[in-house]
Design a protein around this ligand. Sequence first.
Ligand code: RB5
Length: 150
Amino acid sequence: MIAIGCDHGGFLLKKTIINYLDQKNLQYLDFGTDDMEKTVDYPKYAYLVAKAVSEGKCEKGILCCGTGIGVSIAANKISGIRAAVCQDEFSAEMSRKHNDANILCLGGRIIDENKAMLLSDIFLNTPFDGGRHYRRILQIEQIEKGNFKV
Ligand code: RB5
């Protein structure tokens, strides 16, 4: 199950990604927003998607806003969330291989619809490399829990 959400700035990208998920027969939960006419505040949608992933209701999430930055900052405040803003294929691949990112953040004012589908595809289909990268994920968790030793 994939959690998906956006603000008005990411609405068109979210629609495109939902079409892509439908084509691939992938299940998703859409946390809104539901149009691009009304200006909304992105933290709400980032929070809903991040909570769904953090609580295990969804394995991964995709968030879209104008730049991808606001939703990533908000989502990364939730425990266990590793949200990555990606604008290119290499970043999307590395966000999974090295960072085990569990939320992909995209900017509707930065990338086009084809790029959004491509990056979503890479994000959803690239496994985590583990190994030394896992050690670093554990260190991030220690920072989150306040028990990281330098
Ligand atoms: C909304 O205008 C815009 O600030 C938002 O979509 C996002 O880009 C914030 O990071």
